[in-house]
Each structure stands twice: as C-alpha cells, then as structure tokens.
Design a protein around this ligand. Structure first.
Ligand SMILES: [Zn+2]
Length: 122
C-alpha cells in the first residue's frame, strides 16, 4: 500500500508533467508545472483524509471506481471548458490540479493487492 509520501510524490510528478505538456502544446512557458506539483503534493492524500487508512478495508466510496468515474467525468468537462477571464482560468487550473491529484491517488491505490471497490464497502 502506497504511503502518504508516495502518494504526494506521485501526484506532484503526474501534475507537473501534465502541466508541462499543456505549456508545450500552447507554446507558453508558465509556472503552472511548479504550481501543479505543489497542489499535487498538498492534495495527493485527499482520499485518505476522507477515508483514513485505519484498517486494511478502509476503502469506501471515495476510493471506489464509481467515485473515480464521477471525478473523471467532471475533470473531462472542466478540461474542455474555455475560461473567459483570468479568474475562471485560475479556478479551472486549480480544480483540474485537485482532480488530478485525487485521480492519481486512486490510480496508485488501484494497483495494490486490495484494488478499488466498485462503489464502496457492502
Ligand atoms: Zn488511499
């Protein structure tokens, strides 16, 4: 089971690479990869904050494939949304980074022996 530091590191690297890729696509050179890495490091353990790993079967809805699907759907719509103001662009960026950190956490947990439940504990 990945520990908190592994989750934070994994989310930071994933988000930094994704933000750098976006910069490369747009031809811009921004501080977004650094900010995205910080958001990833800060929020990489959010699912475990919501459902603390107090016992081996702690994974419930916020660690489920259903939750990943819902966040992925919102993430996709947010990604396609074209912000019209700088405030909207900042909100979009931060929400994408937060969603990316959450999804990275679930992806890392999915590759453990416990995996992810479909909806949650039954
Ligand atoms: Zn977890």
């Amino acid at each position: 089971m990945p520990n908190a530091a592994t989750h934070r590191f994994g989310a930071a690297i994933t988000l930094a690479v994704a933000a750098a890729h976006e910069d490369q696509k747009s031809g811009a050179q921004t501080s977004h990869p650094l900010v995205a890495a910080c958001v990833g490091a800060a929020l990489g353990t959010l699912p475990d904050v919501l459902e603390p790993a107090l016992h081996p079967n702690h994974r419930d809805f916020f660690h489920s494939l259903a939750c990943a699907g819902l966040i992925g759907l919102v993430f996709h719509r947010l990604y396609r949304w074209e912000a019209k103001t700088e405030g909207e662009a900042l909100t979009r960026f931060l929400l994408l980074a937060a969603g990316g950190a959450f999804l990275t956490h679930l992806a890392m947990d999915a590759f453990t022996s416990k995996g992810l439940p479909l909806v949650g504990r039954v």
